[in-house]
Design a protein around this ligand. Structure first.
Ligand SMILES: [Zn+2]
Ligand SMILES: [Zn+2]
Length: 301
């Protein structure tokens, strides 16, 4: 197998594009594809102040690295929710090596001193669901308080294709409506959100992180082990093996079809307590906090 560009031995074969590359030309391909994705979906420009959600895993580390390399103004943010703590010193070193900065937030500060698993137990909700809403809330808060114009996450094509499959199998219309590579900011105070790796597979992202020697942890959150999305990923990979390009056609085709174009109107107002955009008078985060407060209070009495 030879690199299409230079004829040297290839390190990766991209069957969905029917092309193989050496390390050098794979890097070039990957970076061009990120740039193309940013332009294709009008995600952001070099004037934007970008905040990347950083977990220490390969996807978020890669998107942080690539955006810095491409000359975007980017900062990383790590949220410690009390599940799998990231190696913050390692992340700080990495940030300075790419000319970026790291912002750290401890979710306990906002959750009455409780970790996400502790809070989930009290409000009787699945850890992943509480974790997701706490992260979204904190990211939005940090972005709006610090003048960031775009929130970026490292979701790749495999992540998005498996969400899409799950959302279709369960006809989660609300999720399908919002499953886009970019979501605009809203007047009510939701920041713009973008996923620049959506057109790159997990294998491509892993290879890019690996050949660039990016420091990343492969630790999986203990609460996400049984995630159904992992099962969907395996199934999609089986189909992909026989029919290369399926994942990309599945995801990209859904975006092109734009099924929900005129259907985006959801009435939002500001939370009476914190000002966060919400569909109810008090946002779900503040309602959860209220329940935690009384639970913690009862324990102290
Ligand atoms: Zn080459
Ligand atoms: Zn609120």
């Amino acid at each position: 197998m030879k690199c299409r560009k230079c004829g040297k031995t290839a390190i990766i074969n991209l069957r969905h594009h029917n092309v193989a590359y050496c390390a050098e030309h794979f890097k070039e391909y990957f970076e061009k594809r990120v740039e193309m994705t940013i332009k294709k979906y009008s995600m952001f420009s070099r004037k934007d102040k970008i905040l990347v959600a950083v977990s220490g895993g390969k996807d978020s580390t890669t998107v942080w690295f690539v955006l810095a390399k491409l000359g975007y103004k980017v900062s990383g943010m790590n949220i410690d929710v009390g599940t799998v703590p990231a190696d913050v010193n390692k992340l700080k070193d990495f940030a300075s090596s790419i000319g970026s900065e790291l912002i750290t937030v401890d979710s306990r500060e906002l959750l009455e001193g409780l970790t996400v698993p502790e809070a989930a137990k009290i409000v009787k909700r699945p850890v992943c669901s509480v974790c997701g809403s706490v992260r979204r809330y904190i990211m939005n808060k940090v972005a709006s308080e610090n003048g960031f114009t775009v929130l970026v996450t490292g979701h790749n094509l495999d992540d998005e294709a498996s969400f899409l499959l799950g959302n279709l199998l369960n006809w989660n219309l609300d999720y399908l409506r919002r499953q886009k590579p970019v979501l605009p900011a809203t007047e009510e105070g939701f920041s713009k959100k973008a996923k620049p790796l959506v057109l790159l597979t997990e294998k491509e992202t892993f290879t890019y992180a690996f050949i660039n020697n990016l420091p990343f942890s492969e630790e999986i959150c203990p609460y996400s082990k049984e995630a159904t999305s992992l099962h969907y990923k395996h199934m999609l990979n089986e189909i992909e093996l026989k029919h290369p390009g399926t994942k990309l056609r599945f995801y990209d085709g859904f975006q092109k079809a734009n099924l929900f174009e005129d259907n985006m109107v959801v009435e939002l107002k500001k939370c009476n307590v914190c000002g966060y955009p919400t569909t109810t008078d008090v946002c779900s985060f503040c309602r959860m906090k209220e329940r935690l407060k009384s639970a913690v209070g009862e324990q102290k009495v």
